[in-house]
Design a protein around this ligand. Structure first.
Ligand SMILES: Cc1cc2nc3c(=O)[nH]c(=O)nc-3n(C[C@H](O)[C@H](O)[C@H](O)COP(=O)(O)O)c2cc1C
Length: 183
């Protein structure tokens, strides 16, 4: 049987994004449980409601990739105690026009890493509020990850064994949720 398909959305458009590396390590933890495809958001134009009736090609592609996915993994940094603009922009496009949102019923796992001690907790709280409002079915629990030097090792894996076990638990539960809700 085909593995569930997971769309990975990274809330950073920075070339050397630590959240992208972290997302890639999470995808490795999901090997054999789901197939992952990174979905671009850095090429989406700034949201403008005037264009809802005639969506730009990049937005059509983004919405199509999310629609076809069985689940969405969102890995985000924290910008000024909330989610980065580039991520909110993608979420808004995905939700519009009214009645054509790609988010309702989609299982999601939200996590992220930053250098701060609270490891994106406030960004994730805002994001949870937004995505719950949009009807996503979010994985419970809190995966706030402080970015320490060995968070990701030279092979692209989670470097620290305790953190790796902690995150494996989330990835396994997410894989289970996605498989359960797969239509
Ligand atoms: C505009 C801006 C605001 C930021 N605000 C926060 C913040 O509120 N909390 C935090 O922990 N880090 C904050 N940071 C630091 C980011 O967490 C850090 O740049 C991190 O590397 C971003 O992840 P990335 O490498 O995936 O882009 C901010 C960075 C920028 C550029």
């Amino acid at each position: 049987m085909a593995l569930p398909q997971v769309a990975v959305v990274v809330g950073s458009n920075r070339r050397d994004s630590i959240n992208r590396k972290y997302a890639q390590a999470l995808v490795k933890l999901g090997a054999g449980k789901f197939d992952a495809k990174f979905t671009r958001i850095d090429d989406l134009p700034l949201f403008n409601q005037d264009n809802e009736g005639n969506l730009p090609a990049e937005v059509v592609r983004f919405k199509d990739e999310i629609s076809r996915a069985d689940g969405v993994l969102i890995v985000t940094p924290e910008h000024n105690r909330s989610m980065p603009t580039v991520l909110k922009n993608a979420i808004d496009w995905g939700a519009r026009p009214f009645g054509k949102s790609v988010w309702p019923g989609k299982p999601g796992f939200i996590t992220g890493t930053s250098g701060g001690a609270i490891g994106t907790a406030l960004a994730q709280q805002h994001l949870r509020s937004v995505m719950t409002g949009l009807g996503m079915t979010l994985l419970g629990g809190e995966a706030y990850i402080t970015n320490k030097p060995n968070l990701i090792d030279d092979q692209g894996n989670i470097g620290d064994e305790t953190t790796q076990k902690f995150l494996q638990g989330f990835v396994d539960r997410f894989a289970g949720l996605v498989a359960k809700l797969k239509v």
